[in-house]
Design a protein around this ligand. Sequence first.
Ligand code: XIL
Length: 329
Amino acid sequence: VEIPSLSRVYQEFFNIGAAVNLRTIESQQNLLVKHFNSITAENDMKFIEIQPVQGQFTFEKADQLAAFAQKNGMKMRGHTLVWHNQTPDWVFQDVNGEQVDRETLLQRMKEHINAIMKRYKGTIFCWDVVNEAVTDEGPELYRATKWLDIIGEDYIEKAFEFAHQADPDALLFYNDYNESNPQKREKIYKLVKSLVDKGVPIHGVGLQAHWNLVNPSLEDIRAAIERYASLGLKLHLTELDVSVFNHEDKRTDLTEPTPEMLELQAERYYQVFHLLREYRDSITSVTFWGAADDYSWLSDFPVKARKNWPFLFDENHQPKDSFWKVVQF
Ligand code: XIL
């Protein structure tokens, strides 16, 4: 049977994206070009990759990914500008290793945002400006980070303001995980609403969507989409994968997914995409955090060296039952 293009099937609904790196744009090239019309750099546009040392910008890998997108007529999402992870220590320190002051850190944030956003202006249509600023723990809103410590709560709005100045045409997103958990959802909503109310230039909410066969529930996913959409912002699923292991599953010995896992995964993908299509007015992009089961960050997270099979395409890039469930409606 003819295998339809995933992104063509979804062209009336939303973009279909994949996170990529220099290896996968080679090894998965045909698959990417056929089924995906958007890419995100999995790591190569993060702070530590772009500016490992102050003032030394290393754009080579990011440039190659941007060129791949351009050559193949794909959109590109930018990921990410301000985050607590994969950010070098120098950002927060002076030459003596002492913590810098607020003004210095704001200046560094601005310089970094300017350098990277201006370079990819016109190629990258949207940016995850701030990633994972909300804490999962307790009643507090903000995650403890150096950005928060040194600058204060307004580090988030400053990042959006700098980003808007750097590229006024780029769509600016707040991105987070556990986005469908009701408690975290309300915190993310509160944060984003406060930004909107203050007139901060923010255009969308990114739902990372690192999900598994049962969690979060479909009801919680729906409630999260409704809640964020009520802000009048665009929604992107930015890092979708459906782990075949549920949280309590501690097995480490599987060398291939069980038939039961694949069946549950297909049913899960069917339900998820059915739901996403309902919200086509708000959801304008759905990006997977990879493309096919031969490569996923989940093969090393949260359990080291445990393979996962989270995507619509198998290790040989062939469509899984999950794929057919997503394209047949
Ligand atoms: C992950 C990458 O996939 C890994 O290769 C890297 O080692 C760690 O970061 N949330 C995010 C992404 O916003 O940037 C993370 O990507 C996955 C979780």
